[in-house]
Write a protein that binds this ligand. Structure first.
Ligand code: NOJ
Length: 746
C-alpha cells in the first residue's frame, strides 16, 4: 500500500451560533453583572408543579434555567419574577424533554429513524418546537444520538439505532427542525444533542453502567452523530452520566474541551445531565460536592442540571480561594447569556396566548403529519403469501387481540408530558373508523402487561392506560380472546412492550415478549387462522418463533397519537410500508451485540457459523424492510474507476417499482475499504435516499463519496486518515445488498 495521502486535519465542524450583535450585547451585560449573578446563570433546577420554592432564587438571580414546568401560566409567573424582579431582568430559560412531540405526539425517535426520511423528521421536529415554544418552553433536551448496539439498553428507543451515518443524518434533521435555519428562528427551540458521549455503550445494556470504548470506536462510531449535530449548529450539548474509560463523561475534559471545543470548534454551552455533577462523588471520582463542582466546571460543563441542590453553589468558594478565576466564570456564562439573547428571550420573554391559539388552530394539520410519520416509520418484517394488505372482500370478520389493541398511552412510548389522551387514536379506534359497518371487528386484550418492578418515573409519567378488563375477568379473558379469534377471518395480534418497559432506567435482560404474550400468540396461531402480528415496541424482540409461524409481521414502533389511524391505513393498503430497520434484529438475546458494521474475521466464509448451536446471522439485517410492491435496483455506475485521496466520485443506480402499487423504497449505499493501516468494518452505510415510485416508474439515485465518507480515525496512526486502497461499494435495499462495484483511491 502506498503511503496514505495527507490526512485531512478535519476543519472545525461548527458554524458560528451567535451573531456579532448578540455577542456585543452579551459582553455589555456581562460587564455589569456581579460574580454571584454570573454564577446564578450556571444553575438549573427541576420544578414539576407550581410551588414557591424557586421564587426567591429567581428574584435574586440565583437560577439561570428551570426544567419541567409545563404550565404556560406558571412559566409566565416565574418569568415575570426573573424579568421584573431581578436586577438585570435576565429571563429564565425554560427547558423540557420535547423528544417526539409536545401536544401532538409523533413516533418515538427509533421509529422516526426507521423512516429514513430526513425531510419528514425535520418537519415533525419543527412542529414539536412550535407547539412547545407557544407554551413558553424555549429549550428541548433532544436529539439523543447515542449509538445503541445492545437492545437490552432501554434508551435505544430514544435514538436512531446502531449506525453512525444514520444517527448523524437524523441528528442533522432534528437539529434543523428544532432550531430552524439559525438559532433564534421564531417558533423554534434551542436543541440539545445528548448524551455526550458513549452512553449507549453501557456494559451489558445496563442503564448508566460504565462504557469502555477505544479511541477508534469513539471517533468512527460514537462521536460522528454529535459532530453532525454540532455542524448543523446545535446550541447546547448535554454531558452523559456514565464513566467513559474510567473518567465520568461529566468530568471528562478530553470530551468536553479537547474534542467538542478544540477539534470541532463548538461555541455553545454544555449542560450536565440531571444530578450528574453531584454524581461525580458517587462514581468515586470527586472527593466531595465541592470537588465535583470544580472538576465538572473545569472539564467544561457550563450549566448544572439538578433536582434539588446544585453542586455549583460551591463555585463561589472555589473562586474566593483562587481555584477558579473570574475570566473562567465569564467564559462559562457567556454562551448561556448569548443563547438567551439569540433566542429572543430578552425581547419576548413570555409565552403569548395569541400565538398559542394560532398554533393550537393548526392541531388538525399536526395530527395529519403525525399519521403520515407513523405510516412512514412502519417496517414490514414478513408477509408470507402477501397476506397484507388485508382484503375487505375476504377479511370481513376481524379479531383484534392483544394488550396493545386498546392502548391509549402505551401506543405513545416514553417522554410524553403535554399531550391530551383524548387526541390519541388507538388501534381499535383506527380500525373501527376505517371499517365502519363494512366488517365486524371484535376486540380483546387477552393478557395483561405489567412491569414487575415499578419504574422510577412512575410519578412523572402519570398517565397510565386504564386496564381494559379487571382482575376478576382475568382468568376468562384469555379464553374470551381465543374465542373471538376462532370466530374471525383474520386475527390481528397487537403485542409489544408497555411504555414503562423501555426508555430510561428500563433496560431488560431478555428480548422475549413480556408477560403471557408469547403463549397468547402461539394459541392464536394454533387456531389455524391467518394472523398478522402488529408490534408496538422500541427494541427488537425475540421473534424467532413468530418468524416461522406468523405469516405477517408489521413493526409500528410506538407510533404516537395517530398510531391507530396509521395502523388501519397500513393494514388495508391505503399506505404501503416503506420503513427500514435502524438496527440489526438478532435471533435472540444471546447474539448481542450484533451489528452489521463489524470487522471481518480471519475466515469470512465462516461469518454465519460462529456459534455451533445456531447461525450467527441476524433474523433481519440492518436496513431491512419489505413493501407491498417489489423493486429492482440496477445499473450501479461510478463516475470514475480511480480517484486521488481528497477527491470525490459519484455513484448512481436505477431503482424501479416492478410491482403493482405505488410504494417507497430506501436505496442504501455501503462501502468497505479492503486494506489500510487498520482493519475496517465489513460494510459501512455512506448514503441513502427514500424514494416514492408509481408502478413501472424508474428513478436514478445519486450518491457522492469523498473525503468525509472515505476517511476514518486509525488506531495505527492515532489520527484521521484517508488512505490509498481498493474500496467496494454496494447499493441495494438493506445491509446485505448484492449489487456491487469497486474503485481505487490513490
Ligand atoms: C435525565 C436523562 O438522562 C436526560 O436525557 C433528560 O434530558 C434529563 N433527565 C431531563 O429530563
Amino acid at each position: 500500500m502506498s503511503a496514505s495521502a495527507a490526512a485531512p486535519a478535519r476543519k472545525p465542524a461548527a458554524p458560528a451560533i451567535f451573531s456579532p450583535a448578540t455577542l456585543a450585547r452579551t459582553d455589555a451585560l456581562l460587564r455589569k453583572m456581579s460574580l454571584d449573578e454570573k454564577l446564578g446563570q450556571l444553575n438549573q433546577l427541576f420544578q414539576f408543579r407550581r410551588s414557591s420554592k424557586l421564587d426567591g432564587m429567581v428574584r435574586d438571580g440565583k437560577l439561570g434555567s428551570v426544567l419541567f414546568v409545563a404550565d404556560p401560566v406558571e412559566i409566565n409567573r416565574l418569568q415575570h419574577l426573573a424579568v421584573e424582579g431581578s436586577r438585570w431582568g435576565i429571563p429564565l430559560l425554560f427547558g423540557s424533554d420535547v423528544v417526539h412531540g409536545h401536544k401532538t405526539i409523533f413516533p418515538v425517535p427509533i421509529g422516526l429513524a426507521a423512516s429514513w426520511d430526513r425531510g419528514m423528521v425535520e418537519r415533525v421536529s419543527a412542529i414539536a418546537a412550535s407547539e412547545a415554544r407557544a407554551d413558553g418552553i424555549a429549550w428541548t433536551f433532544a436529539p439523543m444520538v447515542d449509538i445503541a448496539r445492545d437492545p437490552r439498553w432501554g434508551r435505544i428507543v430514544e435514538g436512531a439505532g446502531e449506525d453512525a451515518y444514520l444517527n448523524a443524518a437524523m441528528a442533522t434533521a432534528q437539529v434543523r427542525g428544532t432550531q430552524g435555519p439559525r438559532l433564534g428562528t421564531p417558533d423554534r427551540l434551542l436543541a440539545t444533542v445528548k448524551h455526550f458521549a458513549g452512553y449507549g455503550a453501557s456494559e451489558g445494556g445496563r442503564d448508566h453502567d460504565a462504557a469502555n470504548l477505544s479511541q477508534a470506536q469513539l471517533h468512527n462510531v460514537y462521536l460522528p452523530p454529535f459532530r453532525a449535530a454540532v455542524k448543523a449548529g446545535v446550541g447546547s450539548v448535554m454531558s452523559a452520566y456514565m464513566d467513559l474509560n474510567d473518567v465520568p463523561a461529566t468530568g471528562n475534559r478530553w470530551l468536553l474541551r479537547d474534542v467538542l471545543r478544540g477539534l470541532w470548534g463548538y461555541g455553545g454551552f454544555v449542560v450536565s445531565d440531571n444530578n450528574a455533577v453531584n454524581d461525580l462523588v458517587s462514581h468515586g471520582f470527586a472527593s466531595d460536592k465541592r470537588d465535583a463542582a470544580v472538576r465538572a466546571f473545569k472539564a467544561g460543563v457550563n450549566m448544572e442540571m439538578a433536582s434539588y441542590v446544585n453542586a455549583y453553589t460551591h463555585l463561589r468558594a472555589a473562586v474566593d480561594k483562587g481555584a477558579i478565576s473570574v475570566p473562567e466564570i465569564d467564559a462559562a456564562v457567556r454562551p448561556i447569556l448569548a443563547t438567551k439573547i439569540q433566542l429572543g428571550l430578552f425581547d419576548h420573554p413570555y409565552s403569548d396566548p395569541a400565538k398559542a391559539r394560532e398554533i393550537a388552530a393548526q392541531a388538525p394539520a399536526h395530527q395529519e403529519e403525525a399519521r403520515i410519520a407513523a405510516e412512514r416509520s412502519a417496517v414490514l418484517l414478513r408477509n408470507e403469501g402477501a397476506l397484507l394488505p388485508l382484503d375487505r372482500s375476504i377479511h370481513r370478520r376481524i379479531a383484534l387481540i392483544g394488550p396493545m389493541a386498546h392502548a391509549r398511552q402505551d401506543i405513545l412510548g416514553p417522554w410524553v408530558f403535554a399531550h391530551d389522551p383524548k387526541d390519541t387514536v388507538t388501534v381499535a379506534e383506527g380500525l373501527r373508523a376505517k371499517l365502519g359497518d363494512s366488517a365486524a371487528l371484535a376486540v380483546a386484550a387477552g393478557v395483561q402487561l405489567k412491569r414487575d418492578a415499578p419504574s422510577p418515573f412512575e410519578s412523572i409519567f402519570k398517565e397510565k392506560d386504564a386496564p381494559t378488563w379487571d382482575a376478576a375477568r382475568a382468568a376468562g379473558e384469555f379464553d374470551h380472546a381465543l374465542a373471538l379469534a376462532n370466530n374471525a377471518d383474520v386475527v390481528i395480534l397487537a403485542l409489544g412492550e408497555k411504555q414503562d418497559m423501555i426508555g430510561e432506567s428500563a433496560s431488560r435482560s431478555t428480548l422475549a415478549l413480556p408477560g403471557e404474550q408469547q403463549r397468547l400468540m402461539e394459541r392464536v396461531v394454533a387456531l389455524g387462522k391467518p394472523v398478522v402480528l402488529l408490534l408496538m415496541n422500541g427494541r427488537p424482540l425475540d421473534l424467532a418463533w413468530a418468524n416461522t409461524h406468523v405469516p405477517a409481521i408489521l413493526e409500528l414502533w410506538y407510533p404516537g397519537a395517530q398510531g391507530g389511524a396509521a395502523a388501519a391505513n397500513l393494514l388495508f393498503g391505503d399506505a404501503s410500508p416503506g420503513g427500514k430497520l435502524p438496527f440489526t434484529w438478532p435471533r435472540n438475546v444471546g447474539q448481542i451485540p450484533l451489528y452489521y458494521g463489524h470487522n471481518l474475521t480471519q475466515d469470512p466464509s465462516e461469518q454465519d457459523r460462529r456459534y455451533w448451536n445456531e447461525p450467527s446471522s441476524p433474523l433481519f439485517p440492518f436496513g431491512y424492510g419489505l413493501s407491498y410492491s417489489t423493486f429492482a435496483v440496477t445499473d450501479l455506475r461510478l463516475s470514475k474507476p480511480t480517484l486521488l485521496a481528497g477527491e470525490s466520485l459519484a455513484a448512481s443506480v436505477v431503482v424501479e417499482n416492478t410491482g403493482a402499487v405505488t410504494a417507497d423504497q430506501v436505496v442504501q449505499l455501503y462501502i468497505h475499504q479492503r486494506h489500510g493501516s487498520a482493519s475496517r468494518p465489513a460494510r459501512e452505510l455512506k448514503g441513502f435516499e427514500r424514494v416514492t415510485l408509481r408502478p413501472a416508474e424508474r428513478k436514478t439515485v445519486r450518491f457522492t463519496l469523498g473525503p468525509e465518507e472515505l476517511s476514518y480515525w486509525s488506531s495505527a496512526t492515532h489520527s484521521q486518515v484517508n488512505e490509498a486502497s481498493t474500496f467496494d461499494v454496494w447499493v441495494g435495499t438493506d445491509a446485505q445488498a448484492a449489487l456491487s462495484a469497486t474503485f481505487q483511491q490513490q
